[in-house]
Design a binder for this molecule. Structure first.
Ligand SMILES: N[C@@H](CCC(=O)N[C@@H](CS)C(=O)NCC(=O)O)C(=O)O
Length: 216
């Protein structure tokens, strides 16, 4: 079987998600680094978002679709459970994270640091202050979700956890995010435990290039 090629960036949370799937399953894959909106992305994703996948004749866009394809196509631990209840729990958390939590924690909070719309390019204090109540509220939701088993879906590591961990990794970098994560004690323990997984360690993003806010 040819080697899957993930096209995206090591700095992108969604690219990291599909890389973590490969790492968890022991899939030999390649990462082709590219910029946002690059022609290689637009050739596959109609909106030019990352990541996209090439695998033999297969070309796919959207991280969840790519992850599901990789999970079904390769041996190794099953990351999308087949049990109906567990499968639904997994989908439930993936959906909430992708439709609401990513928007609050990454697109609004983190971007106010790394891509601020301020005239001087400094972090957008007004945007940060405005979004913090929602950041705290959503981290509390996640805190309750992992409190009992230490996983989002049932008592096993699934794609729901993979889909969340790169976001938590970024949100803890600026000070308010770090404080909010520390205050959500079950979630902080969850993050620390799963951040030790080889799939997470082997996909840590490189530091931001010069000229961009350095949060790591
Ligand atoms: N729903 C998409 C989201 C992908 C996404 O938004 N990726 C970001 C990088 S982490 C991106 O391409 N941003 C550029 C843009 O939104 O134009 C997926 O799950 O693959």
């Amino acid at each position: 079987m040819p080697k899957p090629e993930i096209i995206g960036s090591a700095r992108s949370t969604y690219t990291r998600v599909v890389r973590m799937v490969c790492e968890e399953k022991g899939i030999d894959y390649g990462l082709s680094e590219c910029a946002l909106g690059a022609p290689e992305l637009l050739a596959i994703h109609p909106l030019g978002k990352m990541p996209v996948l090439r695998h033999g004749d297969v070309a796919l866009f959207e991280s969840r679709a790519i992850a599901s394809y990789l999970d079904r196509s390769f041996p190794g631990p099953q990351l999308f459970p087949s049990d109906p209840h567990l499968a639904a729990f997994t989908e439930q958390w993936v959906s909430l994270v992708n439709t609401a939590i990513d928007r609050t924690l990454i697109r609004t909070y983190l971007y106010a640091y790394i891509a601020p719309k301020t005239p001087d390019g400094k972090p957008d204090r007004a945007a940060i202050d405005a979004v913090m109540p929602a950041v705290r509220q959503q981290l509390e939701i996640l805190d309750r979700a992992v409190a009992v088993t230490g996983y989002l879906a049932g008592d096993q590591f699934t794609f729901a956890d993979i889909n969340l961990l790169p976001i938590l990794d970024r949100v803890r970098l600026p000070p308010e995010g770090a404080d909010a994560l520390a205050a959500a004690s079950h979630l902080a323990t969850y993050y620390a435990r799963h951040a030790a997984r080889p799939s997470f360690v082997r996909t840590v993003p490189p530091a931001a290039p010069p000229g961009r806010a350095r949060l790591n």
